[in-house]
Design a protein around this ligand. Sequence first.
Ligand code: FMN
Length: 365
Amino acid sequence: MLYQSFLKPLLFKMDPESAHEWAASLLASPLVRPLQRVYRGIWDRDFPELACQIGGLPINHPIGLAAGFDKNAIMVRGLAQCGFAFMEVGTVTGQAQPGNPKPRLFRLPSDAALINRMGFNNQGCEAVAERLATLRKKPLPLPIGGNIGKSKVVPNEQAVEDYLKSFRQLMPFVDFFVVNVSSPNTPNLRALQDKGPLLELLTQLQAEQKNNPKPLWLKIAPDLNPSQLEDIVDVAHSCQLSGVIATNTTIERSGLSTPMAQVEAMGAGGLSGKPLKQRATDVIRFLRQHLANDQAIIGVGGIETGQDVFEKLQAGASAVQVYTGFIYGGPDFVFRLKKQLLDQLHAHGMQNLGDLGPWIQTAKV
Ligand SMILES: Cc1cc2nc3c(=O)[nH]c(=O)nc-3n(C[C@H](O)[C@H](O)[C@H](O)COP(=O)(O)O)c2cc1C
């Protein structure tokens, strides 16, 4: 309420990246936490019917924060107070890098969408690992995934070493890993989604895990064709992945309400939010038909309501993530999604998430 009528109009007057930085500094500040706790006490509720697991990790409900919002792990506790059940930090790369020149983030309000070409701006795996180590000195209220990508200056032929560097650095401090080969904003990155290089990369990462292996997920693009998706399924089987995160942003621009001249002026980048919703759900449905039920899909793309969450779970996801919907929806976005998801379950005569399908493992948290 406060966000929609007061804060959002202010933030949306700012350039999108400055607005993000301003919100990030609030969420990073321990001074804001007591206010967040009061706000959460009023608006959020726990629903045991929504408890479930991903990759064996118990979570209070199936809604997490997608990668890219907290690239450097600076606002983990503030984001936990926004109600997320799990989150990813990153994308983190082997080397610190500034990302692409600004402007690189654009709003498309009439499409409830964003276009970004951030280019993995991040402080590098060492700095992020150090920050996570400090955070871990006190218990963390939610599972954290380390989303790892390739440094821009590293050629694809040396990508494995770069991923391994981040993997080793983050290993002691994250609960699960996500291998990102699907951002459209690092030149040639998406070529690593091809079967050969992908098998090589994931096999080496899995070989690095000795005792207590951490769940490993692969994040894919929405722009893959059926035969490429079949390759992903083969790789997921042979590398014993915990599952697949579907999907990253799209390079598609069709069907937008924003005038094409405006869209073209924004330039290259990945489109997220509502226009991605259907495609992401279709990818989830395809993958679900081919993956075993113990290989979980995390559905992401264009979620705005509890009904959208329900649709992704029904299509075959075991949990979901949000990013753009959170920007448009504000700090109580997850509180609303949870309540709306529960209403959807009840409207369909279901008692808990397990009733949606055998790919969802319910759990007492
Ligand atoms: C500004 C921005 C930055 C992003 N950065 C990353 C990133 O660093 N790594 C990643 O895997 N995905 C990144 N994403 C993609 C999101 O995690 C998510 O997959 C995508 O936005 C679709 O979800 P949404 O429609 O809910 O936003 C980014 C998205 C946005 C909008």
